[in-house]
Structures are given as structure tokens and as C-alpha cells.
Ligand binder design. Sequence first.
Ligand code: ARG
Length: 589
Amino acid sequence: MKKFLDCISEEMGRGFEAAGYDPKLGRVTLSNRPDLCEYQCNGAMAGAKLYHKAPIMIAGDVAAKLAESPVFSQVQAAAPGFLNLKLRESFIREYVNAMAAEEKFGLNMPETPKTIVVDYGGANVAKPLHVGHLRPAIIGESIKRICRYCGHHVIGDVHLGDWGTQMGLICTELKERHPELVYFDEDYTGEYPKEAPFTVSDLGEIYPTASARSKADPAYRQAALEATLKIQRGERGYHALWKHIMDVSLPDLKKVYGSLEVYFDLWKGESDAKPFIPEMVEAMKASGLAYESDGALVVDVKEETDSREIPPCIILKSDGAALYATTDLATIKDRMENLHADSIIYLADKRQEMHFQQVFRVARKAGIVKPETQLRHIPFGTMNGKDGKPFKTRDGGVMRLEELIGDIDREMLRKILESRHEIREEEAKETARVVGLSALKYGDLSNQASKDYIFDVDRFTSFEGDTGPYILYTIVRIKSILNKYEKSGGSPEDFAVLDAVNASEKELMMQLCGFGAMMEAACEEAAPHKVCAFLYDLANAFNKFYHETKILTEEDRAQRESWLGLLCLTRRVLETCIGVLGFSAPERM
Ligand code: ARG
């Protein structure tokens, strides 16, 4: 379906043309002065230079041609040459009814859907998920859902950090504690035990201990690096231990991501890049792209136009070990060859900007991607506490994700019990979980990703203001009206909408009409905050309409049914939007 604003602009263009001017001048935008008009067109100002005419004259000519327009109820030329516009109720009503009848509300599907890999989550195996992993999970999940809704073939990959030094550290610490384990016996040729010699909570203790020791003790650190290399080379014993660490950690990771309703299509990791590394490195050497520098293998990536120094990208360390950039490059190779990616979107902290710049440049120079392949890093800012510093637990430690989710759920439960005394405990808990998730996700997503934001449990869980619970509250309110009506035997799904009868109803309808353009832009720009802004405006418009309108007690049947139809559409649009943000609404709250 043609986008709402495009329909309006086209009509305006026809006005310009009829008056003898270039129709391209007819670009319409939302009004800067909502007190004067709903939309505006500044084309007459631009036309003044072109036609050597006062802009107000041009505006007047165009307004005269559009006096009978089926789109505009008002086209007013205002000094110095603006066109102030109001829309006809009938035009809006037709658009709204067409939206309601179309799949996805008339959203245009791409002619050639793209295969998009979203690389998000990025948990590091054997380390607990902490608040630093919250943003990539939440934002990535939403970007995945938005692109999928917009008709692309989207693959979400968690890209675990499962090959780095932390794995070597754990092996080293284990060896210190239990040198007798068969994994460390180089002459051992038998099968390794099926059971890991540690549990997930052991790992929670082993890793920080090992990490602290390696910082204090260079020999220990060296041992850990060697162990990492042994894992990367696939030495039997170390590989078996690595496998144990994976097997023990993954269920726990899946559980936490699941509780955030974050679902990956692929549970791959850095280690899966391994088979792609040798060929990639050989090709880079053969073409002369990679060269040796201080024993390491590097590729130059700086460009003349760089405003800051971009150092060469290290492909292999002097001991032959692969690095973060190496696995990222080999993973691109995998994604190109096996997933046929047209676009790869990475969710990672903005401190990794340089890393991705290097990796993307090497990928292009080495021909790992096609010239038209899109590589995109969506950098995100830090989640801060109310003091403006990176979010910490009360005692200053790094907050585990599970703990944080628990805090939100508890606060939500308290609020729900406070406002609804009659609710059963079980229902209250489930509602708190669903609403809590909306608080957490919306609180994050409503900010532009690249900015830091302040994590504020009180504000996020509030039923008022620009929050997840406010949006859900609005949806629940609509559901309850529709339920009441359905109980009386009606089915409001197919009711067509009549012309708006007052300003708040018209405003609600115009908000709905913006859905398609908003969703397209959110997909194009990988920007979930656009969906949040739309939701908030739509929820506000609905609540204003609701407070001014007695719906179920309306005597005129056609009018009542029209409003119920409008409610249905509003509910569907709101639910679609929260769906792409990654949460859902309860039946009651
Ligand atoms: N594991 C990484 C980290 O914790 C994030 C991974 C991001 N994705 C990537 N392909 N590099 O920092």
C-alpha cells in the first residue's frame, strides 16, 4: 500500500502541477505548528527561486487548485509562503479501512528480500551473563524481529565468545587444582569421561579466581595463553575439557536468554570459525595483503581520509594464535559461503567500533564479502545507574543479569499487588513477569542505541509516562472493552470505521496511518527506538480519544460499531509493535 504521507504528497504535487509548477515541490511533512494545521508543505518557498515569484503567490495559486481536493479539507497559503494543511475525514477513513483489511496493515514487502544475519547476544561462555549483555540481547532481538516483519530472511546468531582466553584460564586453573586429571596426560589415548569434572556453579567460581591470578602472576598468564592455543589447535585433552565447559555452560545461558524472550536461530560461536581460518589466511598471504610485522601477521587498513589513526589489523599473533578479529573475519567467510548473507548486522558495545572498522575493511580488501554486501556495526552505549556511572550492584560489583531481572519482577509484583488486591498470587506473578519484561525492554529500546542511558527501576516500571507498562496498560484497556462487547455477543473484528467525529478520534486515526512509514524506517535504520516513539504517540492518542468518548454506551449502532472497529485496529497495531520490540501484553493487569 502506498504510504500515507506519500498519498498526501502526491495530491499536493498534483496541485503544484495544475498551477503550472513542478510537482516535486509538493513534498508534505508533519506540521511544525499543530495549533494551525495537521500537515504542511514548504514547496512554494523552494519554488520562489525557480520561478522568480513571491512564495506567497505560488502558495496561493496551488491552494486555489486544491480547493475541491478529496484529500484536503484545508489548504491555506500563509505568509511568507507556507501551505497549511488539514485532511478530510473521509480520506483518512478510507486509508484506515484499507489498512485494516490488508495483511500487515498494507506494509510494502521488499521486491527482493535480503538475507540478513543479526549477530547479537555475544555471551562469553563460562562467564556469567551480566548487565553488559543486556543491551545487545534486547536491541538485537528487536532488530531481528523488525527486519523479519518487514519481509526479509533474517538469521539471528548468538556468536558466543567460546574460544578466547577465558577458556584457557579455566583449563589452567583446573590443572593447578587437579593435575592428575586425564585431560592433562599427553600419553592418554583412551576415551575421556562423559561427565565434566565441574558444575556450572564451580565455573562461576573458577573463572574469576583464574582471571585474578593471571593478572597477578605472569607465569600463570603465560600458561593460560598456552592452554588457549592448545584449545585452538584442537589438542585432544584440552578439546575435551573445552567441550565440557560448553556443555555445562550452554543450558544456563539458554535459560537466561529464554527468560528475556530472546531466541537465537543459531547457537554458533567464535570456535565455529576455526575451519575457515587456514584457507582465509593462506589467501591473504598469497595476495600479499597480509604481511609479517614483528612476527605477527597483519593487514593494513588505514585510508587517506581517516581522521584518526586506524592501526593494522592483526590476523595471527606471533605464536600463531587466532584473535578476535581472526574469528570475526572467518565467521564472515562462513556466513557468506553458507548463509549467503546480503547484510550482516553486529550488535556490540561502542567501544568495539575500531575493531569492527578494521574487520570490515579487511573483509572488503580480501574479497571475503561482495562489494554490495552490507556490514554494519550498531554500536550501543552503556547502561548507567542513577548516579550516571556504569550500573553496579549495591556493593559495587557487576550485576548478574538474572539478579537484575529478578529485581524488576519483584518491583512489578509489588506494584501489581498494590493496585489489585483481589488478584490470585499465581496470576500476579505471571503478570509481573510479562509486564516486568516490557519495563526492562522498553526502558532500553526507547533510547537511541548509541546513547548511554540511565537504568531506573522506578521509572521503567511506572504505569505512566513513556514506559513499557504504560503501553501494556493501554492495550489491556482496549482488550477489556472489546471483551465486554464480545461477551454481549458481538464480534468487532470486521467493523468498518466511519469518518472521525472529533479531533481526538481524527488524531488517533492519523497516528495509525503512519504505521507503514515508521516500520520501514525502523527496518532501514535498524532503529527500534522509532517503534517506541510511534507506540507512545499512538497510546497517547488512543487514551485521549478514550477519555473523551463513551464507546459501549453509544446509542447509535453504526457509530458504536465504527469505534469498536477502530479499537480493534488500534489493538492490532499496538500488539504488532510490541511484538517486534520483543514483549507481549497480559490479558489483565
Ligand atoms: N563476545 C563479545 C563480547 O562480549 C561480543 C561479540 C560481538 N560479536 C562479534 N561478532 N564480535 O564483547
